[in-house]
Design a protein around this ligand. Sequence first.
Ligand SMILES: NC(=O)c1ccc[n+]([C@@H]2O[C@H](COP(=O)([O-])OP(=O)(O)OC[C@H]3O[C@@H](n4cnc5c(N)ncnc54)[C@H](OP(=O)(O)O)[C@@H]3O)[C@@H](O)[C@H]2O)c1
Length: 351
Amino acid sequence: MEEIKKALAEADPFASWWPFIVAGIVFVIGTVRTYMGGQPCPNGNTIPGRVIVVTGATGGIGREVCRELARRQARCLILACRTVEQGDALKEQLRREAPDCVCEVSVVDLRSFDSVRRFVRQLQAQHPAVDALVNCAGVIFQPGGHTADGYEQHLQCNYLSHFLLTQLLRPQLARSAHGGRIVHVSAHGYTAAKIADRDDPLNLRQPAQSGRDAFAHSKLAIVLGSRALAGKLTAEGCSTTVNCCSPGLVRGTGHLRHSPIMKALFAKVLTFPWMWLFMKSPAQGAHTIVRLVTDPALAGCTGDFFNDCERVEVSELARDDELADRLYRASLSAVGLTEDAARGTVRPKKE
Ligand SMILES: NC(=O)c1ccc[n+]([C@@H]2O[C@H](COP(=O)([O-])OP(=O)(O)OC[C@H]3O[C@@H](n4cnc5c(N)ncnc54)[C@H](OP(=O)(O)O)[C@@H]3O)[C@@H](O)[C@H]2O)c1
């Protein structure tokens, strides 16, 4: 012991540059990771009594959204997922972490409008009021052609089915005692989207040639559709708000599972250090969504786009109100609904 004490007393930290180099590297890595992790949700308030529906609940970001909402004392989470097994595993995790939060697993396949309608019927039978709807499910590089309803997969799964779900749940959201909130999860990639023909804002006549383009278009449709709905709800005097957000670039989720490049092991190994350094964790990716659901300061905020928990301007194309209105009407028609604008009600055209 005496020898160790003596060695420490005589040690000269300035004899080598290595301690400084190592400390510098650790500092730079820590700073980059903190910066790239984005701004955390600025409020930590609880939301007791709230009933919240989350699509894509078992995905990387959706799971973290559910965990945080359960921690914040949501009364009931409706976990919309593709299989009961996935939902039950998440329900069990949430039961351990937040035993007072009731979790209900409900199956929905966003590739089918019938499945969305079944999901909503079941939900409406049990919950006359819903406080928030988080449309978090999404796909990119999805293989396969069109859905059984005849739409491009990204368009239907990311946008049209969420559009239908939102429209059908409008009465339940309007009954929320806390002011219903709709949160759509878009992506930065929406800025790369193109709509060549304004008479065909859903690109039905000219479908995208690649999964990336189809994804970008579906995420632009989310932003435009969200702004159009926000305008309509405000005009009707409805207290329900609707906003969308980008979670940022998030590692460790299933999002790139169908990416042709990321399927290769060498690509995974090569990109891992960069993803670890420059991308958010799923929990960090959930922050903006959690803020939009929980922050009382955003009670009257509607029709906006959020990134890193802050409101940001959208692209010129996404600000085009006339295009947003065209897209909204085309979407109603695509999902088989008609809106009686005067009465502010949505009625099924066919069922
Ligand atoms: N990760 C990123 O860097 C990133 C960047 C920008 C935007 N986003 C958006 O963030 C959201 C969450 O993505 P993530 O990263 O958490 O990806 P993820 O782990 O793949 O989660 C996506 C979720 O959507 C569900 N889903 C996919 N197809 C569905 C369908 N047909 N019906 C019902 N549910 C379906 C998935 O369920 P299954 O597990 O059953 O397939 C999964 O739960 C998506 O909207 C995504 O576009 C992510």
